[in-house]
Design a protein around this ligand. Sequence first.
Ligand SMILES: [Zn+2]
Ligand SMILES: [Zn+2]
Length: 387
Amino acid sequence: MNTLLLIFLFLPGPSFSQDKVTAAGQRPIAVRIYSQYKFSSINLDPEGAILHIGERLLTGRGRITARGQSVSLDSNIKTGGAKIEATAYGNGVWLSGKGLSRRLYRGKIIFSAQSGRLKIINSIPLETYLAGVVSGEVGDLSRTEAYKAQAVAARTYTITHMYNHRKDGYNMCDSAHCQFYSGHGNILPKAQEAVDTTRGQVLYYRGSPADTFYHSACGGHTAEMTSVWPFEHRPYLVPVRDGPAGTPYCSIAPGFHWKTKIYLTGLTRLSRSAGWISAGEEATGLRISAWGVSGRAEKLEIYTQVRRVSISATEFYHGIGRRAGWQAVRSTFFRIYTGKDYVILEGAGSGHGVGMCQWGAEGMARKGFDYRAILLHYYPGTELVDE
Ligand SMILES: [Zn+2]
Ligand SMILES: [Zn+2]
């Protein structure tokens, strides 16, 4: 994209304003960035691009620090107060800091403080945000049609989840809680192209944008929404067989089949830390007590010396993921084998399994399906609408 066009895209004006109605692509979205980090200062490096702080131009590097409920900027411009508003034209501004990855952001960036910690909101047009999201989400895939399916799924998901953080004063955070977004330092040409060629296209179900959840690899069968979120149901988030039984579309995913050995001592530690068993109890076994329609484990029982504790497989998956990393137990699509002082979980796929399977989309694209067919396969009953 040439610089002139970028400058045009990032001109401040009505398109950045939260309360004005704008064309779909220019609809602004406010994303809290570095949302998973706790920090009190950050470095700004415009690196040749143009960065405005209010009406003034930042000519070199700067540093923004939070103190109490206010922020201050140390640079050629000395300013501070309840918030500092920066606008990055052209290439954008690099942000970095202790313990923070260096990332490039465009558009409006608003710095404020909460009890001595920095809170940063990046406000950008929806389509610009999507190029960042798609680059981060499917960087390992190769097929254009898979990128396009991801672009439509992410656009629709953004629209239906716009109010995830309404009470916090922004639309979405940049973590898996909402959608991964790590700025514009690594935009993949394929992702940009997929966003551009599907511009404004949204998946609808009966007149409203659909709740287009997606995940890495379903393992052969996508999951019913209710198996992950027990009180939620969407007619298009139902189990879908992901291609031929022996070789599902997503079987091309790296680490599709996985096997994890968990010693009972480790299971004890984990179960105590998660509050599933009490401090005096030892885990002596683990078994699946109920299966979902898609073949996933739905309920598990942890055995101790004195009782059996029942937990949902989703809770177990999240509990392990948060404590031991998401690579240990990658999905709830597993069997359990019991050894002397350990259990082995043998499974397939990774992620919650609801909605579009990203590696399955890649597999379908390799077999010649276009992005419309891919989307209708994972979200049956929906339709693609040009907004
Ligand atoms: Zn969030
Ligand atoms: Zn799949």
